[in-house]
Design a protein. Sequence first.
Length: 304
Amino acid sequence: MPDRRSFLKNAALVGSSIAFAGSPAFAATSRQRTNKLCFFTKHLQGLGYEDIASLAVEMGVDGVESPIRPKGHIEPEAVEVELPKYVEALKKQGLELTVMTSGINEVSAEQHTEKVLRTAAALGVKRYRMNYFKYDLTKPIWPQLQDLRPKIKDLVQLSSEIGIQPLFQNHSGKDYVAAPIWDMYSIMREYDPKQFGFLFDIFHATLEGGYSWQTNAKLTEDHWGGVYFKDFQWKGRKGENCPLGQGQVSPDFAKMLVKNNFAGPISLHLEYLKGDATSPAVLKEFREAHQRDLKVLKEWMNWA
């Protein structure tokens, strides 16, 4: 819409006041970014495809990670009609759908698995985030984990045939599969990383494992299809999302990526952002947050 486009352009002037340049020492040792960089667009629900693309361009990223799932930017039932429109809006501005966040964790008609994956792959989408699994804590854990094997096998096989990579995000929480990392990795390690991998989430790995995030990272790094940067602060016994660099997540994770020459995509999550993205005042706050968190990520990764 013309009015919204005008707002986005005017808001860019406000966002430009947040500097990207680091200290002289940082500038002298910085390196060129080789990773695909994207950001999760969940907080931009309600904006049009072109507006989301415009915000991504202003951030200076390569693409977006977007929810194409129930209650997401595009409902699975509408994917054949709407996803081509979204991908085209991104391409017009030199962007890609780097990660498709899906509601898929099995091959089923209910999840529209084949339709969603075939549509995405035909549009050039290379990877998708799977939906999570949860344990029933009233039952033994190990048998439940083994029950996932045939579901994952079928999904990996279909995805390989279609030409799109399934990736699993580690969450935190008392009943989430992959909260302790090793459980899902015990299945994942049986597959080639190109067939099935992790979207390693340092927020959840830190919240769930404390200092042991380094052990879990080392265990699973051979199967990383991408990584997530986001942060949290402890509020009592609960971890709450916060701006990157203001919480418990250590910049040592970025140092590990640099040291190991991690070449996969990196997605910045700003899930502490709340509000109606169609409100100019709210969107202004969002844009400033984009710039702030991206500045921290650049410093941590030592990017020029």
